[in-house]
Structure formats: structure tokens, C-alpha cells
Design a protein around this ligand. Structure first.
Ligand code: 4NP
Length: 165
């Protein structure tokens, strides 16, 4: 494979769902020995928590899954469209916020609701925002993200995007 596949995970605050999603994607890639073929980052559509560490509940649930969160929050910017191949958003609000920055037609095609790849989505395409929720809500987010991101890697393989030599 010539170039790394660049994937940006996006939520609202970049302290709960998207850093968890980035870490879970890294975990899946490591298990499949594909980590060298990817560049992964995360961002938030808001500036509410720029520079902050991930939410303590996200760090805790990630640790339960054997995943370490060390991200500092940053805000999504228009330049991210050129810098990434896939922009995976957590919910419809994130989708609308990201798309509002798309000033080139091809950029629209880079943006996906991450639950598009969840084989148990059952028509619910939002990853619920756990910020005002409980520890159980964070665990549910983890389960959704594990399925969705495994599905995303399967999608890339089916599309022939992963030409591992
Ligand atoms: P996230 O969760 O988008 O998954 O990082 C949130 C974090 C902060 C806020 C909302 C959601 N907030 O309103 O500050």
C-alpha cells in the first residue's frame, strides 16, 4: 500500500465519543496487524473543551476495554477535509456541522455516520451522547463503537481499499 488511510473521528466535544472511537479503531487495527497502514485522529465540532484531556468516564471505560486514552481535544477545521480520507461522525448534529464546512463537492463523500457500519444499528444511526449520562451509557457507547469500527474496517477490505503487501 502506497499511502496511509487517514481517518478522522468527530463528535461534539472531542472528550467522550470521538477519542474513544479513535482508540477503539486503533485497538481493532492492532488486532488485525493493520495499524501501520492508517493515520487516526479525532476532533470536535465545538470549541467547548479545546486542549482538555478526555472525560474521566471515557478514560475509565476505555481502560476496562484495555484501551488507553491520551488525546487532547481539538476543534474540527475546514483543512481536515483535505488532510483525511474518511471523516466518521458520531451523530446527525456532527454530520450537519462538518458538512457546513465542505466547500468542495468531493468533500461530502468523505463524511459518514459511523453507525452506518454497525450491523446492529436497526435504523438508529446516532451514537448517543453520553456526556450527561451514566457509566452504563459510556459502556453502551463503547459496544456501539466496537461494532461500528470493526464494520468500517470490513467495509474498507470489501471496497478493496486495503492493499496490504
Ligand atoms: P462528546 O460529548 O461530543 O462525545 O465529546 C460531549 C462533551 C461535552 C459536551 C457535550 C457532549 N458539552 O456540552 O460540553
Amino acid at each position: 500500500m502506497k499511502q496511509k488511510i487517514r481517518v478522522l473521528l468527530v463528535c461534539l466535544g472531542n472528550i467522550c465519543r470521538s477519542p474513544l472511537a479513535a482508540a477503539i479503531l486503533q485497538m481493532h487495527l492492532k488486532q488485525r496487524k493493520l495499524e501501520n497502514y492508517f493515520f487516526i485522529d479525532s476532533a470536535g465540532t465545538s470549541d467547548y473543551h479545546v486542549g482538555a484531556s478526555s472525560d474521566a468516564r471515557a478514560v475509565s471505560v476505555a481502560a476496562d476495554y484495555g484501551v488507553s486514552l491520551q488525546h487532547l481535544a481539538r476543534q474540527f477545521k475546514t483543512e481536515d477535509f483535505a488532510a483525511f480520507d474518511y471523516i466518521l461522525v458520531m451523530d446527525h448534529l456532527n454530520y450537519d456541522a462538518v458538512i457546513s464546512h465542505a466547500n468542495v463537492a468531493e468533500y461530502y463523500d468523505k463524511v459518514f455516520l459511523v453507525r452506518t457500519f454497525d450491523d446492529q444499528a436497526n435504523g438508529l444511526y446516532d451514537v448517543p451522547d453520553p456526556y450527561y449520562g451514566s457509566d452504563e451509557d459510556f459502556a453502551e457507547v463503547c459496544d456501539i463503537l466496537k461494532r461500528s469500527l470493526a464494520g468500517f474496517i470490513d467495509f474498507l477490505q470489501q471496497e478493496g481499499e486495503l492493499h496490504v503487501e
